[in-house]
Design a protein. Structure first.
Length: 201
């Protein structure tokens, strides 16, 4: 036996349909259906304070690596023969050949071609620095002007000479990339310099 729907049932059905469709022709969005004003759920498109994505290189921007630690041997400040400030820390990370000379020393002058040659051969990989002392600043600058393509430090008071334990001209101190002394040569003992420098590369 089939039961017919009464007027009350028909009215209830019509009201339910109106509630579901609203005033317009489109259904209202539910919480499961995002609108254009809501985030799509893609964290990359809508970063928030709760974003737990690992940082990418782009996120970090152009942040530079921290500078290498400066060894104690290179923790000094000096002045070039042209009066510019010089930081020993700028030498960190590469082997460094320090040449200690005096302007009036004939042996030092005779070594100019050798030192210029080392700077030309290894200059891209090794710091080659002259340190003049035992005379006036003017005399030191005059000698340095005769040596091409080399940075010279004016050490009129002998502070750097004492720092590296140098007691005579001409002397060489070769430091490795970590700032440790790898080789030393006193007066007239520079024959091995080229091979010693090459050994550090």
């Amino acid at each position: 036996m089939t039961l017919s729907r009464g007027p009350a049932a028909a009215l209830a059905a019509a009201l339910m349909g109106a509630l579901l469709t609203g005033c317009g022709s489109q259904a209202e969005p539910t919480s499961a259906e995002p609108t254009s004003a809501e985030p799509t759920g893609n964290p990359a498109a809508s970063p928030s304070s709760g974003d737990t994505r690992p940082a990418t290189k782009q996120d970090r921007g152009s942040r530079e690596d921290p500078p290498a630690e400066v060894p104690e041997t290179l923790d000094f400040a000096a002045t070039t023969v042209t009066g510019e400030p010089f930081e020993g820390a700028s030498l960190a990370g590469k082997p460094t050949l320090l040449w200690f000379w005096a302007p009036w020393c004939p042996t030092c002058r005779g070594q100019i071609p050798q030192v210029e040659g080392l700077a030309a051969e290894f200059g891209d990989d090794v710091n080659v620095i002259g340190i003049g002392s035992l005379d006036s600043a003017e005399a030191i600058a005059g000698f340095a002007g005769d040596v091409d393509d080399l940075t010279h430090l004016e050490d009129e008071e002998g502070e750097l000479w004492r720092r590296f334990g140098v007691t005579e001209q001409s002397s060489f101190v070769l430091l490795d990339a970590d700032g440790s002394v790898a080789y030393e040569a006193g007066y007239g003992g520079s024959d091995e310099l080229g091979s010693r420098v090459a050994d550090l590369l």
